[in-house]
Design a protein around this ligand. Structure first.
Ligand SMILES: [Zn+2]
Length: 447
């Protein structure tokens, strides 16, 4: 199945030197053969939003059909170091944005680990700091960052001017800006919709492409209206895209600005809707205050199922996991099961969308999102002669997520075989040991 050409037929596919070299109805012979009878042969899935970028995460992602894992929302402050760390020993392809969050944290000496909890969250930047923030982002773009990442909700004191200036910078490199918007939820005037207005305006006025991350956990009940805004912007010629993950809960750091006073009203939830990831316990006012001082990851049950379905049913909304680093036995299951969950629960069982549309949201659309900035993506997300042999083979009658909120560290089922740059990393549903065919997915380096 190839979402670009629409081909949905029985073919033999030949691979040589990491690329697809032939697609034919005739029998093809080679040194190795994979019998894919009865299975779907699809382009490998591309995850635009994955915070888990360690070897253990890549194992889970491979078993969920992912061949390219990208950290484009939070991103990094040091693009060279990020790529150097993974070079030569990665199971799957990897890539990163230069992130406004970690850059602001470095420049403003924030004590937070993954997300800011001090000055980078709560203080306006001085003119000198603004200059350093822009200079660091500029350097990241020159070093081949795929995009600019932003999480304005986490850097709540960043002025609208600071945000527009970062968009301006991204525009000069043709880099998309992947944004966690300034607000989420439904409390006026700080709604997800108001926040989307800021980002669309910044994109329209600067020319930087905009990618709105996890639209359901920003929009909640208002998700249909947010998608309408994205569609409307596109109809009027703007380069605006979005993504969603297929779960009723979000996940983030308890010490972040998202849980500054007023969070209950903004999200429309209370303490019992928060789950402490480490132990799985639901919170009370007392435990909330205790853990907020400690810091750590929360699972936040706040997304209506209707919003999830609306996003998946809309053909422009891409699938992306927002997977988290694995810090203990409990973590949000989305990093382990997003893609199989969409194919099993929403395509096969729920019939919310058809299989080709789902594959398109996982392969071609993410590749097209990045291919102007990083031409390497012109050869990803497709089953086409000349394309990279990143291929996911699965059983459409079996595929299903196994990671749950109770037992999140479970491989998905039904993924039979995964190839990265022509090298099998999963065969007959099992990991191939000792292979590291993943390569850097990176924009051209300027100096
Ligand atoms: Zn986010």
């Amino acid at each position: 199945m190839d979402p670009e050409s629409g081909l949905d037929a029985i073919r033999n596919v030949a691979i040589r030197d990491g690329r697809i070299v032939e697609i034919s109805e005739k029998t093809l012979t080679g040194k190795q053969a994979i019998d894919a009878r009865g299975l779907v042969v699809a382009p490998g899935f591309i995850d635009l939003h994955e915070h888990g970028q360690e070897p253990r995460n890549y194992e889970f992602q491979a078993h969920d059909g992912i061949t390219t894992s990208l950290e484009l929302e939070a991103g990094t402050a040091d693009v060279d170091a990020w790529y150097a760390k993974r070079e030569g020993h990665s199971l799957i392809n990897y890539g990163v944005s230069v992130g406004h969050i970690p850059v602001r944290m470095a420049v403003m000496h924030d004590p937070g680990r993954f997300l800011p909890s001090g000055d980078a969250a709560h203080r306006a930047a001085t003119p000198e700091e603004l200059q350093q923030i822009d200079a660091t982002i500029d350097r990241g773009l020159r070093r081949g960052a795929l995009a600019v990442g932003m999480g304005i909700n986490y850097t709540a004191a960043a002025s609208h001017g600071e945000i527009v200036d970062v968009f301006k910078l991204a525009a000069t490199y043709g880099a998309p800006v992947h944004v966690h918007l300034r607000y989420g939820g439904m409390k006026e005037p700080t709604t997800g919709l108001a926040a989307l207005e800021e980002a669309i305006a910044a994109s329209a006025s600067t020319g930087a492409p905009l990618h709105v991350v996890h639209i359901t956990s920003i929009g909640m009940k208002e998700t249909p209206r947010l998608i309408f805004m994205v569609e409307g912007a596109r109809k009027r010629g703007l380069d605006v895209t979005t993504e969603a993950y297929p779960y009723p809960a979000a996940s983030t750091a308890i010490e972040s600005a998202l849980f500054d006073p007023g969070w209950q009203e903004a999200w429309g939830i209370t303490y019992k809707d928060l789950q402490w990831a480490k132990t799985g316990e639901r919170l009370t006012q007392e435990t909330f205050e205790k853990y907020r001082k400690e810091g750590g990851i929360l699972i936040v049950f706040a997304i209506p199922e209707s919003a999830v379905r609306e996003a998946l049913a809309n053909p422009i909304v891409m699938v992306a996991s927002d997977g988290m680093p694995i810090t203990g036995a409990k973590v949000h299951p989305r990093g382990q099961g997003t893609f199989s969950r969409v194919l099993g629960r929403y395509v096969r069982e729920g019939k919310v969308l058809d299989l080709m549309t789902a594959l398109r949201k996982m392969t071609l659309l993410p590749a097209q999102r990045l291919e102007k900035r990083a031409p390497a993506f012109q050869n990803k997300g497709r089953i086409r002669i000349g394309a990279d042999a990143d291929i996911t083979i699965f059983d459409p009658t079996m595929i299903i997520d196994k990671a749950t909120f109770e037992d999140p560290l479970e491989y998905s089922a039904g993924i039979s075989c995964v190839l990265v740059n022509g090298v099998p990393i999963i065969k007959d549903g099992k990991s191939v040991v000792g292979v590291f065919p993943g390569r850097a997915a990176r924009a051209p380096i300027l100096q």
